[in-house]
Design a binder for this molecule. Structure first.
Ligand code: GRF
Length: 189
């Protein structure tokens, strides 16, 4: 059983999907800590409802990114966390985390990387008029949505598809692909 930490900034539907997969016995892991950088993020209540520890912080209260990351690393290490799973965590990582967890930090992004990095990837893809959209899971490095791709899944953008419909499809894919990919990764390494 692998100990993981999930990092999120918002709703936490990917947290839900990963936790559900653990509860069903599909993913042999345990979420030891949920790290959140927004004091009012919905994911906080979700984690608490599952009796999972949370570390909620305000980045503005720290002098630098490495300062708060050092605290996060300490919180993770003392719980024996082996893998860091970013799920809607809207921050680029610095050296403190990257050096503490080399090749053990992954992220999910709602585009077929390397296209449409950063915010509103779905909107960016729509503006470009792409005919195929998808989801990527990748290792995390110091670049925004950079790092080697681990898994991708795509779908056709049908005529007349709205932004909301594409987003719903992307979320449905994410909620399957993230637990599946984590299962493979955690079993391999
Ligand atoms: C997901 O679409 C993910 O790809 C992106 O942020 C969103 C997080 O959603 N990085 P949620 O908080 O897991 O519902």
């Amino acid at each position: 059983m692998r100990k993981i930490a999930v990092f999120a900034s918002g709703t936490g539907t990917n947290f839900d999907a990963i936790q559900a997969s653990i509860e069903k016995g599909q993913l042999d892991a345990s979420i030891e800590l949920v790290v959140v950088d927004k004091l009012d993020a919905k994911v906080i209540e979700k984690a608490k409802a599952k009796q999972i520890d949370t570390f909620v912080f305000n980045p503005k209260e720290y002098a630098s990114k490495n300062d708060y990351e050092r605290v996060i690393v300490e919180e993770c290490k003392r719980r024996g966390v082996e893998w860091i799973v970013l799920a809607g965590y809207m921050r680029i990582l610095a050296d403190a985390l990257l050096e503490a967890y080399p090749n053990h930090i992954v992220n999910i992004h709602p585009s077929l990387l390397p296209a449409f990095k950063g915010k509103d990837a779905i909107g960016q893809a729509f503006n470009y008029g792409v005919k195929i959209m998808g989801v990527s899971i990748h290792y995390v490095n110091a670049e925004m949505d950079g790092g080697k791709i681990i898994a991708q899944r795509c779908f056709d953008v049908v005529d007349g598809m709205t932004h909301d419909e594409a987003e719903a499809k992307i979320h449905a894919i994410e909620h399957q692909l993230y637990p599946e990919t984590l299962k493979k990764l955690l079993e391999e390494k």
